[in-house]
Design a protein around this ligand. Structure first.
Ligand SMILES: CC(=O)SCCNC(=O)CCNC(=O)[C@H](O)C(C)(C)COP(=O)(O)OP(=O)(O)OC[C@H]1O[C@@H](n2cnc3c(N)ncnc32)[C@H](O)[C@@H]1OP(=O)(O)O
Length: 210
């Protein structure tokens, strides 16, 4: 499958900061930008910057960023699922995982996460993919936001739902291990039936139990 990546952008002002939301961008482009110290939810900022540079250059990798000048204040990643996760079992070329979305506390709750996704989905190529995201409460910044798990889950539903990702059932043990965890997905308009069947088979691997 050829992974088509078409650049799109939009601008917005949050907390007096003029932000450019853009992508997919290349690793080289991202390497020349600074990475805000507040982007530390998943790794220390320097390591996360490096990881995103690598993802940007993967054939299927897509990175959309929010930046003020040369300072990155938010990002979202899309790439094939980790080979250790069940979502990669069928090795579907047209399945992408929204792996991480993070906004610096300097511009949170101003609509940046929703704008990142809006720009990501401006590319019609996204209609060729099943896009999934796995929500685990232990990845959430409960301390930094002061939200409880259900309030945070609501925020994630609003963010993901803004571009049409919806809750989907699964028997994945990690997801089922806490009721606030969930799988969300969006099936693009041009995704073939075989992919949807394979995706459904990955969602439920313990049917004999029912
Ligand atoms: C797959 C994964 O990546 S899971 C992990 C998700 N990432 C993280 O938890 C990292 C740390 N957290 C963050 O980076 C951010 O808080 C995010 C990504 C969760 C949200 O980003 P934001 O830019 O703040 O979200 P955005 O402003 O677009 O808000 C979306 C909705 O949630 C609401 N919201 C956002 N933050 C809050 C909050 N702290 N309290 C109440 N509501 C909130 C917004 O009002 C908005 O609601 P609306 O649709 O009714 O207008």
């Amino acid at each position: 499958m050829e992974h088509v990546k078409r650049y799109h952008s939009a601008s917005m002002v949050v907390n007096g900061k003029e932000l450019l939301i853009e992508g997919p961008i290349t690793g080289r482009y991202l390497a020349d930008l600074r990475f805000d110290e507040g982007l530390k939810a998943f790794r220390i900022p320097e390591q996360q910057h490096e990881a995103l540079i690598e993802i940007a250059d993967l054939p299927e990798g897509r990175i959309i960023i929010a930046r003020e000048g040369d300072l990155v204040l938010g990002y979202v990643t899309f790439l094939h699922p980790d080979p250790l996760e069940r979502w990669s079992m069928a090795k579907l070329p047209d399945l992408l995982e929204l792996g991480a979305i993070e906004i610096s506390h300097k511009v949170r709750a101003g609509g940046v996460a929703k704008k990142l996704l809006e720009v990501a989905f401006m590319d019609d190529a996204m209609e060729d993919y099943v896009i999934i995201t796995t929500e685990y409460y232990w990845h959430w910044d409960l301390k930094g936001t002061g939200l409880d798990v259900w309030q945070y889950r609501k925020v994630m539903e609003k963010v993901m739902g803004s571009v049409g990702l919806t809750w989907m059932a699964t028997d994945d043990p990690e997801i089922c291990s806490h009721p606030a965890n969930c799988l969300m997905a969006k099936i693009g308009k041009r995704v073939p039936a075989e992919t949807i069947v394979a995706f459904d088979a990955m969602r439920f691997q313990n049917r004999f139990l029912y």
